[in-house]
Design a protein around this ligand. Sequence first.
Ligand SMILES: [Zn+2]
Length: 355
Amino acid sequence: MLNTSYSIFHIPYSTFSQKYPCTYSIVGCLRDLSPRYWLIACTILLAGHALVIHELVRVGDGKTHVYILDVDQGDSIFIVSPTGKQILVDGGPNLTALEHLGRLMPALDRSLDLVVLTHPDLDHLVAIPEVVERYRIGGIVLTGIAVSNPRYQRLLTEIEERHIPVLLADPRADIDLGDGVLLDTVWPEAGLLGRTVKAPNDTSVVMRLFTGSQSILLTGDIEKDAEEDILRSGVDIRSTILKVAHHGSKTSSSTGFLLAVNPDRAVISVGRDNSFGHPHPSVLERYRHFGIPVETTVEEGTIEIEMNPAGSPKTQSPNKAQKQNPNAQDSNYSHIWALGFVFWVFRMIYPSPSS
Ligand SMILES: [Zn+2]
């Protein structure tokens, strides 16, 4: 038994222990292992490798996951397509979005397929330059409006230096994510490049994410004027879920817009005790009047919306449900495997009397 472990290393043990006293005890332990424990050690090593490979090659689980991230008073939304394409819409008012990405993305993944900045107000912008610095970005959607904000200028510099493809928001150009998932640009009208605008909120990129018969309308911070313009354009905005515009401000969610979207449920990204008084009680009352349930990040934390092409969307809070993984179905199976593995190790160490 001892000779077997000794021959694996091909090292004169006494010489090794004198030259490398720090590793002496480790090698000593391995040297004295019985074949049964060698088997257990090898299995643990293999399981470790399997976990690393799982993290490296993790792909989508066949469903679309939309995470309304809890970033306090602002917007940041992370989307994972059925085959694992990853999109970040807005970066929130602080760097919390980076923490969420670290938790939701595979451990070794440092790339995003697409970033969308709905408009350059700070409560949507702050983490975006950091994300562009730290991740490989496949492309970024902007409106192109002229803004002197230093953080936005830094973002433009990063985009140029890193040669990131820029897609100017255009309702005539939808983005096909594959797997039957479409990012339909609804607003603003094209032609904003280099223009100074009075109301940046009303130039927010509005997108409808389709998967099968389900959709979620992402509205940035549009207000009543933009809502009316969208209605006048005649574009189809019916959606099963509505990300409420402008954090539930009383200047948005006009009655006509709500009737046109006709959502089954609505979600609001908002911070606690914010100075703007979002969401406004009159807006919440309007949603109640139309029988549309509303969830807010301030109450639920990050809200995950799971969109199954063949069924109804499920909305849940990962914070409450302890479900913080975009590939949770895989993880559930991993837990079963892990339990089986622990049981097997237990039986190896403590075999049943009959064995
Ligand atoms: Zn905002």
